[in-house]
Design a protein around this ligand. Structure first.
Ligand code: GLU
Length: 294
């Protein structure tokens, strides 16, 4: 059926796991939710491997993603896109942002940032602002360094990251979110709550935010379906889309699965993996039924 879900042209959706650990039930929920929306809309579902973080991604985790998804009975359309094969696209986008003067080199180490934050929050009423993920906002130390200072420090080989100057990123845009029944609502974004996010670093010359925006556009993604844990980050993505002249897809944020302690499932917390469940005799049908996709 092509339902009353929003969107004109043939919808394109994507499931975009990162091979930095094994998939858990939360990933299965995301993949199955994407498939369900794609089928209801008569759309295509792409698989993208988000493997830019060379410090954490491993080939065996990538293989496990393919094995787990095949076991789950997931079908994808078109070729798999691996982000590590497209670094030149992210570099070109960064170059464009630099040309717009909305990106600046930041030479602060983590320790320097911690010290600046501690110095700025000595009294409780001066509590330092934190971003939606709980990290203290960047204090802005390098935001307005003189250009000859920046040139000299780069020429001297000082390590640095590239940050987005949020206050130079223009008026705050909005995006459209859709729910399960296809109802849409306009969401005003508040990217300032993230501060000057890092868009590239030396060991990884891009970032999740930059790559996801470029890839969604290059792959013609019209509907992004992902967990609520990425809802706030969408503010940054919409800002980048506007700066780079890219279309903004429609967004849907699905529920998160919680563990017994009420925490969202996470690779870093050692949540039970699909591979564990499979080894314990759970079937793909059991997983679908458990998640409401019987
Ligand atoms: N690669 C991200 C993750 O595994 C998902 C990114 C997205 O859906 O935008 O959490």
């Amino acid at each position: 059926m092509t339902s009353s879900l929003p969107g004109g042209e043939r919808p394109v959706l994507r499931f975009a796991p990162s091979p930095n650990g094994l998939l858990h039930l939360g990933h299965a929920l995301c993949a199955l939710t994407n498939r369900s929306f794609a089928d209801r809309m008569g759309g295509r579902l792409l698989l993208r491997i988000e493997d830019i973080d060379i410090t954490r991604c491993r080939p065996e985790f990538e293989q496990a993603i393919h094995d787990d998804l095949a076991w789950l009975g997931m079908r994808f359309d078109g070729a798999v896109r691996r982000q590590s094969e497209h670094v030149e696209s992210y570099a070109a986008a960064l170059c464009r942002l630099r040309g717009q003067d909305v990106v600046y080199p930041c030479f602060c180490s983590r320790q320097q940032i911690r010290r600046a934050v501690a110095a700025g929050s000595t009294a409780p009423e001066r509590a330092w602002p934190h971003d939606p993920d709980g990290a203290p906002l960047y204090p802005g130390t390098c935001r307005s360094l003189a250009s000859d200072t920046v040139r000299a420090r780069i020429a001297a080989g000082e390590p640095h990251v590239l940050r987005l100057a949020m206050d130079r990123a223009g008026p705050e845009p909005a995006y459209v979110a859709f729910d399960d029944a296809g109802a849409t609502r306009r969401v005003a974004v508040a990217p300032g709550r993230w501060g000057d996010v890092v868009l590239a670093r030396r060991e990884i010359p891009t970032s999740y935010h930059l790559s996801v925006v470029i890839d969604d556009a290059l792959q013609g993604v019209t509907h992004v379906v992902r967990g609520r844990d990425l809802e706030a980050a969408t503010d940054i993505h919409v800002v980048l889309q506007r700066l780079l002249g890219l279309p903004t897809p429609l967004y849907h944020f699905h529920r998160l699965l919680l563990d017994e302690g009420g925490e969202k499932l996470a690779k870093s917390r050692g949540s039970r993996t699909l591979a564990d469940l499979r080894a314990g005799g759970v079937t793909a049908g059991d997983i679908r039924a458990l998640l409401g996709f019987a």
